[in-house]
Design a protein around this ligand. Structure first.
Ligand code: ACO
Length: 375
């Protein structure tokens, strides 16, 4: 008897040293390379976490400084990519643009098939550095504004907001985006990371693996949920309407975006707790309405179906208060998750075994072929 584990639920598909998720005594532990994400979100910066994920250790001061410079120097895009961003139809979703641009970056890299550790890290730094520029440049192009070249002076997060809006962000906005990217950076064998590892297990090049991950992240049951959450917040429009909205949606058997998780069922996603705190902080300085609607929805989602928010839920009000357009929300997720994807791709290359599960056949068997003129 072959047992089919629907959706590979609870299947342990590989060993990893990158992140640990464990549910203990009604609480979820989430660690990157052994460090609690609460500590990282509070005390670290995105560059440091990307370094930790790629190299396995927290950097020393000079190592972080060098890594920051290396990333900053790689931010600018080759002219071919800027040409691509200019020529893609302006209605193209920014995630499609990102996926296509990563694929194009791969075609420009003559060493794309080289997989030494050094070369893998080189490609990783390039991708981490260039993804924010691709997102910001495409956005500026589609709204008809001039491109704002990256600056060496600003951090990863601050430079992104600068390239997007043309203004240096406040320290609060920079810290909030840093924390958000850290919280999105890694999450074990989520669907997009698994897709990346499957591609890596065939020894496909790094760009191909990241394209597979990017395509997988876009779906509304995964990273695509963030944009759907914002759509819901706009539809609800006021906290007073939240109860009716949630009730109706659940009565119709529809899913509430930003709720539920394959691993965190009756235990809260620890990332959503930290993002909620961030959303509160930003709401105090900016527009509180998105957070207020979110709270009313969360209260009713729990009341009517014991549903708990996931990482995508409070990200929406965080991004809205950072002035990020709704259709860039999934790109923000990718901008954070890229370092986790890359760490997993490298881990897969370095301990590779082709990932190739089996399927249980449930169709018809032993049928007799009928010539086309007789069907
Ligand atoms: N809204 C309403 N009901 C839900 C939701 C939701 N968001 N999530 C789970 N449920 C219900 C299901 O209807 C099902 O109920 P039933 O047993 O009465 O049929 C039960 O909870 C189990 O849900 P499944 O979808 O079977 O759980 P699974 O582990 O397969 O799916 C998933 C997890 C896909 C994340 C799901 O919760 C969902 O679709 N959520 C909404 C989309 C979303 O927010 N995705 C982002 C996830 S986080 C991330 O990827 C970064």
């Amino acid at each position: 008897m072959i047992e089919v584990l629907d959706g590979l639920k609870d299947v342990i598909a590989c060993e990893t040293k990158i992140s640990r998720i464990e549910l203990v005594d009604g609480k979820a532990i989430l660690e990157y390379r052994g460090y609690d994400i609460r500590d990282l979100a509070k005390n670290s910066c995105y560059e440091e976490v990307a370094y930790l994920l790629l190299y396995g250790e927290l950097p020393k001061k000079y190592e972080l400084q060098d890594f920051r410079i290396e990333l900053a120097e790689r931010r600018e895009l080759p002219p071919q990519i800027i040409g691509l961003l200019t020529h893609l139809p302006q209605y193209t979703h920014p995630m499609v643009v990102l996926r296509t641009s990563i694929s194009y970056l791969g075609s420009l890299d003559r060493l794309k098939d080289l997989k030494t550790r050094e070369e893998n890290l080189e490609k990783s730094k390039n991708l981490i550095a260039k993804i924010p520029t691709i997102i910001a440049y495409y956005h500026r192009i589609r709204i008809g504004k001039n491109l704002i070249p990256p600056t060496l002076e600003l951090s990863h997060s601050a430079n992104f907001l600068y390239m997007l809006n043309g203004l240096e962000p406040s320290r609060i906005a920079e810290k909030a985006l840093d924390a958000d990217l850290i919280l999105h950076a890694e999450h074990e064998l989520n669907a997009s990371t698994f897709a990346a590892r499957i591609a890596a297990s065939t020894l496909a090049d790094m760009y191909a693996c990241v394209v597979a991950a990017t395509g997988t992240l876009m779906g509304p049951l995964h990273g695509g949920a963030a944009q759907e959450v914002m759509k819901m917040l706009r539809e609800v429009a006021t906290p007073r309407r939240a109860e009716e909205y949630v009730k109706k949606k659940l009565e119709k058997g529809e899913k509430l975006m930003g709720f539920g998780h394959r691993i965190y069922k009756s235990i809260i996603d620890p990332r959503s707790e930290i993002l909620r705190d961030l959303a509160i902080e930003l709401a105090k300085k900016g527009n509180p309405i998105w957070f207020e609607i979110s709270e009313a929805i969360a209260e009713n989602a729990y009341k009517y179906k014991k549903l708990l928010p996931n990482v995508d839920f409070y990200s929406a009000s965080v991004y809205a208060n950072l002035g990020i357009p709704d259709d860039l929300f999934v790109n923000m997720f990718a901008m954070g998750r890229i370092s986790g994807w890359l760490a997993h791709i490298i881990e897969q290359y370095e301990s590779n075994k082709l990932i190739r599960p089996r399927a249980k056949y449930v169709g018809e068997t032993e049928r007799v072929y009928v010539p086309i003129e007789n069907r």
